[in-house]
Design a binder for this molecule. Sequence first.
Ligand code: AMP
Length: 194
Amino acid sequence: MSPNTRKKMSGITSVTVYCGSANGADPRYPDLAHRLGIAIAKRGWRTVYGGGNVGLMGKVATAARDNGGKVLGVMPHFLRDLEGVLDGIENRYTDNMHQRKQALLDEADGLIVLPGGIGTLEEAVETLSWAKLSLHRKPMAFLSENNYWAPFFTLVDHMIGGGFLPESFRQLMADTSSPEAALDALHQRAIILD
Ligand code: AMP
C-alpha cells in the first residue's frame, strides 16, 4: 500500500479509467469510450489509464488528448514492447502489473469502469475490495451501454443477500449510462466522502 492510496479526497481533478483492451462486440462501446474521453477533457480533468493504443483504452485516451486533456498512461515494460505507446501524452512505465495497478489507483481522485473483460474486472474488483477495507475513499462509477455491467451488479446483490457483503457496499458503485452522469457521480461522491 503506497501512502498516496490513503490520500484524502478534495474534489476531482484526475480520473482513472478501467476498460477493455479490445473494442467489444457492440459499436456503442468504443463510441462511449470516445465520448468519455471528450467529457473528461472538457471538465479540465486528467485521464489516467493503462497506456497504449488498443481497444477502448486507446479510444478514451485518444479522445481526451485530442480535446486538449492531460493524459497519463501507466504501462508495464513488457506491454510497451508488445503494444507500443500513444504519442502526445505522459507515459509512465512500471516493472510489473502490480505496480501498474497501484499507480492507476494512486493517481486517481475517482475511477470509472467502462465495459471490458477480465483485466477490467480485476482492476474494478481490487479497487472495490480495498475500499471495503477502508484503504482508500475514492469514488467509483460504472459506465455502460446495453446494461453491460448488470450481471456484475446482480452478483454483488447475490453476495449482499448471502450475507457476505453489507448493503452499504452498493453505495460504493454508481451505475451510470452517460459520461456526464458518471463524472457528476464522481464529483458528488467525492464531496460526500471528503
Ligand atoms: P481487459 O478488460 O481484459 O481487456 O483488460 C483491460 C484492463 O487490464 C486495462 O484497464 C489494462 O489496465 C489491463 N490490460 C489487460 N490487457 C491489456 C493489454 N493487452 N494492453 C494493455 N492493458 C491491458
